[in-house]
Design a protein around this ligand. Sequence first.
Ligand code: GTP
Length: 253
Amino acid sequence: ERQRSFVTTSCKAFDEMLGGSGVPAGRVTEICGAPGMGKTQIGMQLCVNAQILSSQGGEHGEAIYIDTEGSFIVERVVEIAEATLEALNAGKDSQDSQTIEQFLSRIHVFRIHSYVEQVALINQLDDFLTEHPKVKVLIIDSIAFHFRQNFADMGLRTRLLNGMAQHLRRFAEEFDLAVVMMNQMTTRVTRGQGSDNDSSVLVPALGDSWGHACTNRIILSWQYEVRYAALVKSPNLQECTIPYAITSKGVRD
Ligand code: GTP
């Protein structure tokens, strides 16, 4: 097997949880969390970090961001890119530097308004990826949004989701890129004896079988002012929970 490449999250503990260097190419990583947990911030950070130069330990790649909720904010990406460049160039003569415009031009953003658009785009991504072989990370924020409300035909939903999962796995492997899909959380009620004993827990959206769509699954949470990321499913890595932070500069330890 050839050497696998990674895209760093800019948080050492997060990278280590994923095996050392960040989200792995060739794999599908799912990041689940309630609104405000940081999924979009992590997605934008990865789009920037995929572009770090080889001489600076990166992949010098490009990124795709599939935005289903309108959460991609260019001004925030600029802020994250500036902070990333500053950290990389600190104490060095910056011959190797890139411009913010270059960073932005290498993030290919697709805004999706319906599940039909989402399925159509994913079906057509083969051509785009063939034309853009430097793409190292493919973010979908979020996979579930257009598949949750008002979806009457559950059989159709299952078929469409399975089809997307298959495409995403194949993109990761064939184009050697890291697929990162964001997912929402949903409430699951467990019936006790008598309605007073019902209990509810937050679980990743789209049901149990969707859990097979990813290689690694991470759940984000928040407790007493600290953000946590938990690796809850992986074929080869130790399940664990790590704290991480979101600062004005982006994702950090
Ligand atoms: P939804 O898109 O609503 O599902 O949420 P999400 O999980 O994508 O959350 P998102 O990535 O939008 O994270 C929002 C969080 O990032 C908020 O808690 C903000 O506090 C934090 N955040 C965003 N920008 C900044 C910033 O400039 N500085 C700091 N310190 N935190 C920020």
